[in-house]
Design a protein around this ligand. Structure first.
Ligand code: GLY
Ligand code: MN
Ligand code: MN
Length: 447
């Protein structure tokens, strides 16, 4: 077993420890199904994040079973060797080689799952399973449970409790370990390069998909397997559509281009947004709004540190954005009142309608509770940041044409997004090499 495989084995051991603390039982963690795209062509395969977190194993048709009992055991079910299929689809480990390489105690062919599970579940006090994630597996688990219950006259007991195994894993995944941080930094560095490349190549007359192609080229050139999410390349008014995808709009002189794109590397996401002028020079109104968003991001980053609450960054960003909206006349003081009133009544939401960040990890909107667990029934406070958490900081301003909104700002959409790793003393912006001051962007685009 190499060092990385030891990390996966240690994660399984930590999960088993937590299962033991709840009285023991058996956990079932499947990988993702293969999905057909059309007729016999399937979507590129992407493993399940929880499954990968515990195994590093990327083949489809696999299930991890963990036994927390008198003897703890970690078991892998995976595709059997099949020379005929391997000629068409490529190498598969098969149970024996997979057990060895990935450090499991035992491994079986996936076809044996149905026969083995009732045996493994017999006398287990609880089942640790994420019901509702996969209807087919849900139905199988019910069958296995019933098969165990049928043996009651033989003195066998079926699991009497069910725990959502994702709840335990979400907490683990929220705090990134050294291996995860190393991969996330590499993913971030690739995405930084991709953004720089798109900025450098951009000129009026190109289309959005030309910039998307540059992003994809850089991702793949550096070994990233996929984009972490559909790349947004939005020019002009398209930047005000929050979930716009790169399409075929022409990039016009005088417009801004908003790119929200990040690669996935070895199962980990990065998530960067930059907004820059198509022709390399910000106009006056573009610059005015850009500086507000940039200042709001700096305010949010200053609140991204251990002990701060998840929403402190958002609140700080909103304050700067709202003040900027009043100063520029985007919001009319006569109508909306003071800064505090704008914040209390949410008038800023006309131009800033999303949150300032989210957890980032294997999934771009990563798992993990945003509020503290608390026993009483009152509103749970937002969670405090801890070293090892990774989150995005992504304020923006989006101005749709509307009566009373100064026309010079119409159709400007700006977002600036970086990825922050919470450290012992503050945070490390792992995407900071993508230029974001007006001067740095204009200098890069002049090259
Ligand atoms: N790209 C997705 C997000 O920024 O949340
Ligand atoms: Mn993003
Ligand atoms: Mn994001």
């Amino acid at each position: 077993m190499n060092a990385l495989m030891k990390t996966y084995a240690a994660r399984r051991a930590r999960l088993i420890e937590q299962m033991q603390a709840k009285g023991g039982g058996i956990a079932i963690i499947p990988t993702a199904p293969e999905v057909m795209r059309n007729r016999d062509a399937d979507y590129p395969y992407r493993h399940d994040s929880y499954f990968y977190y515990l195994s590093g194993f990327t083949e489809p048709e696999a299930v991890i079973v963990l036994v927390a009992g008198k003897n703890n055991q970690s078991i892998l079910f995976c595709r059997d060797k099949n020379l005929e299929r391997e000629i068409w689809d490529g190498y598969r480990y098969g149970p024996e080689a997979a057990r060895e390489a990935f450090g499991f105690d035992a491994a079986f062919p996936i076809d044996a799952l149905h026969a083995e599970m009732p045996k493994l579940m017999a006398d287990a006090p609880a089942l640790f399973f994420a019901l509702g994630s996969d209807a087919k597996l849900d139905a199988q688990v019910q069958q296995w449970l019933n098969a165990v219950r049928m043996q009651s006259r033989a003195g066998v007991t079926a699991p009497a409790a069910m725990h959502d195994v994702h709840v335990l894993l979400d907490e683990m995944r929220l705090i990134k370990d050294a291996e995860e941080i190393a991969v996330m930094k590499r993913a971030a560095a690739i995405s930084v390069e991709a953004h720089r490349r798109a900025m450098k190549i951009c000129r009026p007359g190109l289309r959005e998909y030309h910039l998307e192609a540059e992003l994809l080229h850089e991702f793949r050139r550096q070994g990233s397997q996929f984009p972490a999410y559909g790349s947004i390349v939005a020019t002009g008014a398209n930047a005000c559509v929050l979930h716009y995808r790169a399409s075929d709009a022409e990039i016009r002189d005088g417009d801004l281009v908003l790119i929200d794109a990040g690669c996935e590397l070895d199962g980990y996401a990065s998530d960067i947004t930059r907004t820059f002028p198509a022709n390399g020079r910000f106009s006056g109104p573009q610059k005015a709004l850009y500086e507000i968003v940039l200042a709001s991001q700096a305010a949010a980053i200053a609140e991204t540190a251990p002990g701060k609450r998840f929403t402190d960054g958002h609140d700080a960003a909103v304050r700067v954005l709202a003040q900027g909206m009043l100063d520029t006349g985007l919001l009319d003081r006569k109508k909306v009142g003071t800064l505090d009133e704008v914040i209390a009544q949410g008038a800023y939401r006309q131009f800033y309608m999303h949150r300032t960040g989210h957890w980032l990890g294997m999934d771009v909107h990563d798992v993990g509770e945003y509020r503290e667990a608390s026993a009483d029934s009152g509103e749970r406070p937002w969670r405090k940041l801890q070293p090892g958490m990774v989150l995005t900081v992504e304020p923006g301003i989006y101005v749709r044409p509307a009566e009373g909104v100064p026309e010079q700002f119409w159709n400007i959409g700006i977002r600036i997004e970086d990825d922050a790793l919470v450290t012992a003393t503050g945070c490390d912006i792992i995407t900071s090499d993508a230029p974001k001051t007006v001067a740095d962007i204009e200098a890069l685009m002049r090259q």
